[in-house]
Design a protein. Structure first.
Length: 222
C-alpha cells in the first residue's frame, strides 16, 4: 500500500471517529434537555379569574377545626384566587374517583390540589388500589385541562411517615408533590385536633406548604 493510500485511510478513520463523537455528544445533549424539561416543568401562572379545586376527604374539608380554618378557605384568603372546598369526610379513593368528573365539569378548575387516600389506609384497604385510583384522578384532571399537585398523607402507626405510594404515584405520573407536611404537622400535639386531623394552626401550616408548592411550580408568585 502506498503513502497516499495510508494517508487517505487515516483521514477517513479520523473523520468517522469525529462524526461518531459528535453524534454521541448530540444524543447526550438531547437526553439532558429531556431530563431537565421533565424535572423543571412549570405550570401556567394563575390569575385572579382562575379557579383552584381542593379535592379530597376530611383533611380538605377541614375536620378538626372550623370551616373557615380549613386550608381551602385560608388558601383563598392568602392568594386572592377562588378555591373550592370539595372535601368529603370519610371518603375513600374509589368514591372520590367516581365523584371527581362531575366536579371538574361543573367548576372547570385551572388547578387541582389532591389530598386523598388516608381513609383507605385507616380502613386497611388495598394501597395498590388507592395508588391506582390516585393515578386515575390525575389523568382525569389533566384530561379536563387542569394542572394538579398532590399532598402525601401519613400511614397509621406509632411513628408517623408518609405512605410510600404517594411518592411512587408522583414519580410515575410526573406530578409535583408536597410529601411530608401533613406528617410533620401531626407529629406535634399543638398542631392537631385528634390523631388524624390538624387543628386551625395545623391547617394554616398545611395552607402555607401548599401555597409554597404552587410557587415552586410557577402557578403563584412568591
Amino acid at each position: 500500500m502506498n503513502t497516499a493510500s495510508l494517508f487517505f485511510n487515516s483521514s477517513s478513520a479520523e473523520q468517522a471517529c469525529t462524526a461518531c463523537r459528535l453524534k454521541h455528544a448530540f444524543c447526550f445533549f438531547v437526553l439532558m434537555l429531556l431530563v431537565a424539561c421533565g424535572d423543571g416543568a412549570s405550570f401556567k401562572p394563575l390569575s385572579e379569574r382562575s379557579v383552584i379545586l381542593a379535592f379530597g376527604d376530611s383533611l380538605t374539608y377541614g375536620s378538626g377545626a372550623s370551616f373557615k380554618s380549613s386550608y381551602p378557605v385560608v388558601l383563598e384568603e392568602l392568594t386572592g384566587i377562588r378555591v373550592i372546598n370539595a372535601g368529603v369526610p370519610g371518603e375513600v379513593t374509589a368514591e372520590g374517583l367516581r365523584r371527581l368528573p362531575n366536579l371538574l365539569e361543573q367548576h372547570q378548575p385551572n388547578l387541582v390540589v389532591l389530598i386523598h387516600g388516608g381513609n383507605d389506609m385507616l380502613r386497611r384497604m388495598s394501597r395498590d388500589a388507592a395508588a391506582s385510583n390516585l393515578e386515575a384522578m390525575i389523568a382525569l384532571i389533566r384530561e379536563a385541562g387542569a394542572e394538579v399537585v398532590i399532598v402525601g398523607v401519613p400511614q397509621p402507626g406509632l411513628i408517623l411517615s408518609t405512605a410510600a405510594f404517594y411518592g411512587e404515584v408522583a414519580e410515575k405520573t410526573n406530578t409535583p408533590i408536597e410529601k411530608d407536611v401533613i406528617t410533620d404537622i401531626l407529629q406535634y400535639r399543638a398542631n392537631k385536633a385528634d390523631v388524624v386531623h390538624p387543628n386551625a394552626k395545623g391547617y394554616r401550616m398545611l395552607t402555607e406548604a401548599v401555597r409554597q408548592q404552587l410557587v415552586e411550580v410557577g402557578a403563584l408568585k412568591d
